[in-house]
Design a protein around this ligand. Sequence first.
Ligand SMILES: *Cc1c(COP(=O)(O)O)cnc(C)c1O
Length: 396
Amino acid sequence: MERRFGELNPPQRLLMGPGPSNVDPRILRAMATPVIGHLDPAFLSIMDETMGWLREVYETRNHHTVPISATGSAGVEAMMVNLLEPGDDVVVGIIGYFGQRMADVASRTGANVRVIEAPLGEAIPPERFEEELRRKPAKLVALVHAETSTGAEQEIAPVAEIAHRYGALIAIDCVTSLGGMPVRVDEWGVDAAASCSQKCLGAPPGLSPVTFSPRAMEVITGRKSKCQSWYLDVNLLFAYWGDGKANNRVFHHTGPITMIYAMREALRIALEEGLEARYARHRKAHEAFAAGLEAMGLTLFTKGKRLPMLNVINIPEGIDDLAVRRRLLEQNIEISGGFGPLAGRVWRVGLMGVNANPAPVITLLGALEQALVEQGYRCERGAAVAAARAVYKQST
Ligand SMILES: *Cc1c(COP(=O)(O)O)cnc(C)c1O
């Protein structure tokens, strides 16, 4: 065999960082089916199904619900560039790295960005949005639902209620939460939401599911200036995906056929399981994992409401962050370190999609205990795995 053209041979990893998570074999099989044209009538019905199932996962009746052809960041950017015009006021809630990024993206639209912050690991009390909007109105309130850098959940419904009472729209980054915990777009009154394919939905990275409420669409169609981004212009995107009225589809860009197959299969898996069962499975994995950590003498960083799918662990004194992660990777287990101020201080462990299950949780606890003990960490051997197993033995 010609060595110069070696076959692609990536390692088999257990992906327990903040995404991508492991991909269900059903999704990989869907991706191996034939590529057809992006305006083929057969593909148009696949698009319609995908939109319909995405509405179910987002718990919304919003027609304007599609996967954007790029990763989660593009969906967040799409919300900002479509909803904001130069000179508009936007209030951004910041509880970590991804909130900061939202503020950065918003500022690039020429909008006037006002921020509300909370200490890392906590959420913003909803009243603070009310104080800020009472002080000065805004067109949009934007915030992260599941802050992946700190493991904190920001409650959305009360903030949405406040935003609407003060005449503002609300846009959320639910990149980490969608498919792993409730994101109840209509019940909460969310006007725009953006997520990704590779975290709790468990498909490969490459798509960003977004949804826009009729109220958001009214604001978008009433813009004075053109959306700064041609690629992310929601009006152009829905000329291709279908605006819900005319049934003609206008070419915008070539739909990433294979990724849309992947998204369709990921949504099918989620809906077959049932959303509430899926949320409960993620919750249970978190409880088992947290019980295991506690039995090992480890503590969680997050002080506010903790996310089930993203566990942020304090690195114990005297333990080398990189050495532990290297040791785990040697056993084909990936976890992640901290961002910015939390670098070297925490590990971030994702329990997403197929990994929110007993086997991955127990495998990681065993391997983490071993890696820590090798560094001189003292704990009762086997206690972590036993504690996690005990949680799984309890009825749900
Ligand atoms: C992962 C993540 C993103 C970025 O998504 P990509 O798919 O990597 O572009 C944005 N926001 C949050 C909260 C995330 O966790």
